[in-house]
Design a protein around this ligand. Structure first.
Ligand code: SF4
Length: 371
């Protein structure tokens, strides 16, 4: 298939498209807290929170975050455990770790400010090409493209891009179009106009072309191809995983373990457990995992239920058990920075993945019902 991967609008059409979008944005833009003053710190945090997360979902987290961490210095001063606690429930936890690292660099190298430089931004953890462009254009109104998934969808339709979304070719076509179309000196409005139009009018399932300010320039609309653009990416294979975890209670405390710094959900705490291999029951597997990894022989186990959850291409069934240990807590497992006994009253404090938080809630409800 021949791909049309260059921006081919005439200067007149380009002008019409820009003007149509900017006028529409002036009348219809979404009111969002970081758009009130475009404070670079607020723009940065909002952009990291919006990676993989919808505006409606992230807004309560954003407000809670700003009340506790009003600037990069307050993040840099916070304890290692506190930052992920404010991220709990948002998912993709590496983002919180990257914010912590980037904040410390901003404090040590840039006077606690977000640097107004695309290349310096790109060197900060968690900031890629799109995010650097978004910060440069929104916070500093500098002429950089910033095409998120919404903008990508609009370009795919406006220009009839027929590379599959998610492919390198698609990303490059969108980036080139976003660069070519950018009206110099108005990138803040223009980039946000694309995002808002994608969210409010040019939606993924049913674009409202009758209300679209740029339908006259849209090739997919003209050809009746809006339902076929962007071309769908091939679906990733979904892997089913069975895991098990234990709420070990001893002398009014529960044993928790810190997750590794690399891999899924770094910096969070968890109830110790692991994967259940094929051919093994969840109970057999969890007894073996605790014996091998923690040198603890588990006593009788009681089921706390099964939690189903998903991470990107994984579907997980998590079997939760309760074990009322016996004997003194000391000497059971060598505790340290990555393994801790936490008092039941303080179990709300550490940041847990949401599936483990659900297990803890089930355990606390059972405890309250039995007391
Ligand atoms: S005309 Fe329809 S498909 Fe084209 S950009 Fe507008 S809303 Fe999207």
């Amino acid at each position: 298939m021949a791909h049309k991967d260059t921006f081919t609008k005439s200067p007149t059409e380009t002008g019409t498209l820009r003007e149509g979008l900017l006028a529409w944005f002036g009348a219809n833009s979404r009111k969002l807290p970081w758009r009130e003053k475009y404070v670079p710190y607020q723009v940065w945090i909002s952009e990291i929170m919006l990676q993989q997360t919808r505006v409606k979902t992230m807004l309560p987290y954003y407000h809670r975050w700003m009340a506790r961490f009003p600037d990069a210095a307050s993040i840099a001063r916070a304890s290692e455990d506190e930052v992920p606690r404010f991220w709990e429930g948002l998912g993709y936890y590496a983002r919180a770790g990257n914010i912590g690292k980037a904040a410390r660099i901003m404090v040590s190298d840039y006077g606690g400010e977000v640097p107004p430089d695309f290349d310096l931004l790109r060197r900060l953890p968690g900031i890629g090409r799109y995010t650097a462009g978004a910060i440069m254009s929104f916070a500093f109104n500098a002429d950089y493209p910033a095409a998120d998934a919404n903008a990508g969808r609009i370009f795919a339709r406006l220009l009839d891009i027929d590379h599959p979304s998610g492919s390198k070719e698609f990303a490059e076509s969108v980036w080139r179009a976003a660069t070519d179309l950018l009206p110099r000196g108005r990138s803040r409005e223009f980039n946000q106009a694309l995002m808002d139009l994608g969210s409010m009018v040019c939606s993924a399932k049913e674009p409202s072309c009758a209300q679209c300010p740029v339908s006259g320039c849209c090739i997919a609309f003209r050809k009746g191809l809006t339902a076929l653009r962007p071309v769908k990416a091939r679906k990733a294979t979904v892997t089913q995983i069975v895991r098990a975890a234990v709420v070990m209670v001893l002398e009014g405390r529960v044993l928790v373990r810190k997750r590794p710094e690399s891999g899924l959900m770094p910096h969070l705490w968890e109830l110790p457990g692991g994967e259940v291999p094929e051919g093994s029951s969840p109970e057999q597997a969890i007894r073996r995992i605790w014996a091998e990894e923690l040198c603890i022989r588990l006593g009788p186990l009681e089921s706390l239920g099964v939690i189903k959850h998903s991470h990107t291409a994984f579907r997980v069934m998590l079997h939760a058990f309760l074990c009322d240990g016996c004997g003194p807590a000391s000497g059971w497992a060598e505790t340290g920075p990555r393994l801790r006994w936490v008092s039941i009253k303080e179990l709300e404090k550490p940041a847990f993945p949401s599936a483990h938080r659900r297990i803890i809630r089930a355990f606390l409800e059972r405890l309250a019902a039995s007391s």
